[in-house]
Design a protein around this ligand. Structure first.
Ligand SMILES: Nc1ncnc2c1ncn2[C@@H]1O[C@H](COP(=O)(O)OP(=O)(O)OP(=O)(O)O)[C@@H](O)[C@H]1O
Ligand SMILES: [Mg+2]
Length: 226
């Protein structure tokens, strides 16, 4: 059973006169343990696709099966649960909370999950160590470089050990050295068995994945395993 399966997924914004077909009959499946890059130009529908995959938005038609279950039939409360436990999100803009230090940023989603202080600290500290930030855990985002902030965001995404990581342009705001560091962390996580879905417009970044799915104007035009 594929981990993720999309069947003829279509997403339309502003249906009517100014309608935009952001995704048009997208069908694809991703198995556990794959490292997939989804590549496309600005406006091609990448973030729309990521929002679907992350259960943050629903398609207008078609089906999304996550671990064999049709997402449209899952109640919102359960979906929130899935977003919290099964999927780790990494964004281009890091999305860290500026008033919290690195450790607190990583602990926050664990707190929402009701994990107690001691275990929370252990999970957060171990994730921060994993991405090489153990010596900066009391620093706030403004006291960290862009690459370090993104590593904190990766720590936040992996702390609860979700099997799937969804990353939307995770290197988009980074210089090439920090971008390479982030990609090498993602590669290591893949080797450890995580399923990684990486969204990018950058061919060099995409080439670090094991499979490249190209989208143009909301349609899958190429799907190549290397
Ligand atoms: N909330 C929205 N309302 C209306 N149109 C939208 C909305 N979000 C996205 N679109 C349109 O849908 C299309 C796909 O947008 P999307 O954000 O998925 O592209 P993208 O590939 O992520 O682009 P980028 O590389 O610039 O982030 C674009 O034409 C965009 O203008
Ligand atoms: Mg986008």
């Amino acid at each position: 059973m594929p981990l993720v399966e999309l069947r003829n997924l279509t997403k339309i914004y502003n249906s009517g006169e100014n309608e935009v077909r952001a995704l048009s009959n997208v069908s694809l499946s991703i198995s556990e343990g794959e490292f997939v890059a989804i590549i496309g130009q600005s406006g091609s529908g990448k973030s729309t696709l990521m929002n679907m995959l992350g259960c943050l938005d629903m398609p207008d038609s078609g089906e999304y099966l996550l671990e064999g279950e049709n997402v449209a039939t899952i109640p919102e409360e359960t979906l929130a649960h899935i977003r919290n436990r099964r999927i780790g999100f990494i964004f281009q803009g890091f999305n860290l909370i500026s008033s919290l230090n690195a450790l607190e940023n990583v602990e926050l989603p664990l707190m929402y999950r009701g994990i107690r202080a001691k275990e929370r600290f252990e999970l957060a500290f171990s994730a921060l160590s994993r991405v090489g930030i153990a010596n900066r855990v009391r620093h706030r985002p403004s006291e960290l470089s862009g690459g370090q902030q993104q590593r904190v965001a990766i720590a936040r995404a992996i702390a609860a050990k979700p099997p799937i990581l969804l990353a939307d342009e995770p290197t988009g705001n980074l210089d090439s050295a920090s971008g390479s560091e982030v990609m090498s962390i993602l590669r290591d996580l893949h080797e450890e068995g995580k399923t990684i879905i990486l969204i990018t417009h950058d061919g060099t970044i995409a080439s670090m994945a094991n499979r490249i799915i190209r989208i143009v104007d909301g349609c899958v035009v190429d799907d190549t395993v290397s």
